[in-house]
Design a binder for this molecule. Structure first.
Ligand SMILES: [Fe+2]
Length: 338
């Protein structure tokens, strides 16, 4: 939520009242107590934003408690300090997610929001060549948070409700990770394997940053050479990660996520069981999220219509066992109704 306001002095408050700026609201539950936050916290009174704690000041348990006692459910931060807030929550995300006193929805919202912001940073490195090593580490940490959160009772349902269907490379990457890990939950894989696969799902389209936006976002049909250019993105993705030490499973997900079971995919045309299970899961997750999302060249389709298409026209291309697990996961989590 955003608001712009010009301000007068708030009645009965000694704190200075800020001048024109943009603000966004967050739940006070997301602010870690006993921490010197690098952003200021404001309370809203009508159209005025009143300073509650300064950037750099200790945000104490008492500060947090007073908000709860007064029934304050949202506090306001300046847009210009959003990055500091995101870094704050990302750094403490493990504590937030493990806090059983917070409702699952609040924790899911924090996880989706932070992961989405972090991935937006990653995908903003357009045409940047090799991906910095700390980016892969940051992505891996997000994957680990998602794996833990999916084990929380109703975690899948809570997280699924935040899935954004307006297509951006970063939301698509996050949604694909979530769906892939959701599918594979029933396969009983160790957490370490899940982390490798989740990282592959998260970075599966990282090669698209090397494709010109004029082709990537072209609203009309692609020419043969434009299609050829887009089809290089799996290889480009692996090339961008050549300097980063990553497990083969992760690289397989990036390189082979457009391969099809019937051998009609790219870049290699491998098929059947030559495509690892992890990759087959990423492919199902990737296709579902792409078709269910609004894209520059295609409207979003309702979940049920996408599933019908996948089970019908795409039946020879996709692993139907993986697909069935996906449908079951969506259905158990109540995510097929919208
Ligand atoms: Fe792709």
């Amino acid at each position: 939520m955003q608001s712009t306001a010009s301000h007068t002095k708030a009645p009965g408050k000694s704190h200075p009242v800020v001048t024109e700026d943009q603000y966004f609201s967050v739940s006070p539950l997301m602010l870690l107590a006993d921490n010197a936050a690098l952003f200021s916290v404001y309370l809203r009174q009508g159209n005025n934003f009143v300073l509650y704690t300064h950037a750099g000041e200790m945000f104490t348990h008492r500060h947090k408690q007073r908000l709860a006692e007064n029934g304050v459910t949202e506090v306001w931060l300046k847009e210009s300090q959003r990055h500091a807030y995101t870094a704050h929550v990302e750094q403490h995300l493990g504590n937030v997610l493990a806090d059983d006193s917070l409702p699952a929805e609040a924790r899911a919202g924090a996880l989706y929001g932070i992961a989405s912001d972090a991935l937006q940073d990653v995908f903003a490195q357009h045409g940047a060549g090799a991906l910095p090593a700390d980016t892969a580490r940051r992505a891996r940490q997000l994957v680990e948070h998602i794996i833990s959160f999916l084990k929380v009772p109703n975690g899948i349902t809570a997280l699924g409700r935040f899935i954004a269907h307006d297509y951006h490379s970063w939301t698509h990457s996050l949604n694909t990770t979530f769906y892939t890990l959701g599918i594979l939950q029933s396969y009983g894989l160790p957490d370490e394997s899940m982390a490798h696969i989740g990282l592959g799902a998260m970075l599966h389209d990282i090669g698209k940053a090397e494709i010109p936006s004029s082709i990537l976002l072209k609203p009309g049909p692609l020419t043969a050479s434009e299609r050829q250019c887009i089809n290089t993105h799996p290889l480009m993705g692996v090339a961008r990660l050549a300097q980063t030490e990553l497990p083969q499973t992760t690289l397989n997900c990036i390189l082979f996520h457009h391969e099809k079971l019937d051998g009609s995919g790219y870049p290699s045309g491998i098929g059947g069981t030559a495509i690892p299970l992890a990759v087959r899961a990423v492919t199902v997750a990737d296709i579902y999220d792409a078709l269910a999302s609004e894209r520059p060249y295609a409207a979003a389709r309702p979940p049920f219509a996408v599933l019908q298409l996948m089970r019908g026209e795409m039946a020879d291309e996709l692993d139907m066992d993986v697909f069935k697990n996906f449908v079951l996961m969506l259905s158990n989590a109540g995510l097929t109704k919208t």
